[in-house]
Design a protein around this ligand. Structure first.
Ligand code: ATP
Ligand code: MG
Ligand code: MG
Ligand code: MG
Length: 467
């Protein structure tokens, strides 16, 4: 079963059960300035959950394009390392706006997985929020789940929220056991971080609206919001472990391998390229352009990471935009807007690559020299800052390289160097240009301006979080 067939199967299943099939919304949320990107299927329905908007239906289903590369949900650092994370993915979801609640949501999910897809129940593992006795009773007493494949979990994993504010609630998650030959323990166990048990579907029972001060206000009507990664369920349906082995990704990985002149496709940089072309192309198609702040800076960071991985594979010419064609071939039917934007996407990626290529090579050589002379496992903050300031290496890009060498960047030192630079600029501004204002990027990335410093500070904070 191809990914496309699976998408249709899911939407048809819920359509037959009274759900309106709603098209994916763009990656830039139309109704929420607090959210960087659409990161879940529920985003376009946020106001419906909050009771602020009425639609002509109380049940919906969608296949929503999502990006998780910034903000509350950020999986950028996982790409290339886990079998299940992408920066861009499609989230299949069914929604109830004050219509059905826990019982039907659980039953539909179980019927789709075991009935329609025919997955063996003994391969599935269920978790519930530890205080949600109602959901636990439905699973154990009504569905008849084996208590040995069932766990109760606290807030961290089983209380879902879109962002710091907005609709949220307890959830129940369904995992697939890919087999004992893969490392990793069941959900809730100390070694759950492996990729043996992969979360495929999250059912959120939307009950609250969280305000900025953390207060939870009950929603007008309890609702349901579910999300299942298309790529993850495709891996299960196609009998492969990693998302990168499904039909769609095999083609993209193969295309990247051809550009790199490689016959062996088992290479994490190829997987990174296959992942990054999807987020970059869809972001540009949805109107984001590389820049030094906000969404545009996230896009720039992803593009530059992709180009660096190409460099690592030995590619020395402008190449990344060439992956747009195979991507359109794979996904154009489901997303005609991507095909419509193809020429723009290629042009934008190409331009960004040409700009960065000028400094990447020099920056890499400088870094290699530094690495040779390095004692210990920490890349000094001054070096990280030099790469950032002079060669346009976003700090997460340097961190990505460091990780490959078993090293870590000195982020505190980086911040200190950045602060010193800010001080110099402030002092200089008394005499000349006011650098506290937005500064345009110069083509050589010699001076990347200050508007993105806040973004980098966030990235640094995130990296410090130990991801
Ligand atoms: P994980 O714990 O594996 O990171 P999650 O709990 O963060 O997943 P949810 O926010 O519950 O994910 O999203 C709903 C579903 O979307 C997940 O069950 C999974 O199938 C899919 N999904 C989430 N993040 C990603 C990603 N980065 N790449 C691919 N699929 C994803
Ligand atoms: Mg996650
Ligand atoms: Mg999870
Ligand atoms: Mg989840």
């Amino acid at each position: 079963m191809t990914s496309s067939e699976l998408r249709s199967l899911f939407l048809n299943f819920f359509q037959e059960r009274g759900h309106a099939v709603v098209a994916s919304s763009p990656l830039i949320p139309g109704n929420d300035p607090t959210l960087l990107f659409t990161n879940a299927g529920m985003v376009q329905f946020k106001d419906v959950f909050l009771g602020r908007e009425e639609r002509g239906y109380v049940r919906a289903a969608s296949s929503q394009r999502c990006v998780r590369a910034g903000g509350k949900h950020n999986d950028l650092e996982n790409v290339g390392y886990t079998a299940r994370h992408h920066t861009f993915f499609e989230m299949l979801g069914n929604f109830s706006f004050g219509d059905y609640f826990k019982r039907d949501a659980i039953r539909y999910a179980w019927e789709f997985l075991t009935g329609v897809l025919g997955l063996p129940p003994e391969r599935l593992w269920i978790t519930v929020y530890d205080q949600d006795t109602e959901a636990a009773a439905i699973w154990l007493n009504e569905v008849g789940i084996d208590p040995n494949r069932f766990s109760r979990i606290g807030t961290k994993d089983n209380f879902w929220s879109m962002g710091d504010t907005g609709p949220c609630g307890p959830c129940t998650e369904i995992f697939y056991d890919h087999g004992a030959h893969i490392a990793g323990g069941p959900p809730g166990s100390p070694d759950e971080d492996g990729d043996r048990y992969i979360e495929i579907w999250n059912l959120v029972f939307m009950q609250y609206d969280r305000s900025a001060d953390g207060t939870l206000t009950p929603l007008p009507k309890p609702s349901v919001d579910t999300g299942m990664g298309l790529e993850r369920i495709a891996a299960v349906a196609q009998g492969v472990h990693s998302n990168y082995e499904i039909d769609l990704f095999r083609t993209l990985v193969q295309a990247a391998a051809e550009l790199a002149g490689l016959s062996n496709t088992d290479n994490s940089s190829l997987r990174v390229l296959a992942d990054h072309i999807r987020s970059c192309a869809f972001l540009v198609a949805d109107g984001v352009l590389p820049s030094n702040e906000g969404r545009g800076y996230v896009l720039r960071r992803i593009i530059r990471r992709a180009i660096r991985h190409g460099y690592k594979l030995g590619i020395r010419d402008v190449f990344f935009y060439k992956l747009v064609a195979p991507l359109c071939a794979e996904m154009g039917e489901a997303y005609p807007e991507l095909v419509a934007a193809r020429a723009t996407v290629e042009q934008v990626l190409r331009k960004e690559e040409e700009r960065f290529a000028e400094t990447l090579d020099q920056g890499m050589k400088i870094l290699e020299t530094h690495l040779k002379g390095l004692s210990g496992t920490v890349i000094p903050g001054e070096t990280v800052f030099q790469l950032y300031d002079t060669y346009g290496f976003p700090v997460d890009l340097t961190a990505d390289i460091a990780r490959e060498h078993g090293l870590t960047p000195d982020l505190a030192g980086f911040e200190k160097a950045m602060e010193a630079q800010r001080e110099r600029a402030r002092a200089a501004s008394h005499f000349a240009v006011d650098y506290s204002q937005d500064v345009a990027v110069d083509v050589h990335c010699q001076f990347t301006g200050y508007t993105h410093l806040a973004d980098d500070a966030r990235v640094v904070a995130l990296l410090k979080g130990g991801k």
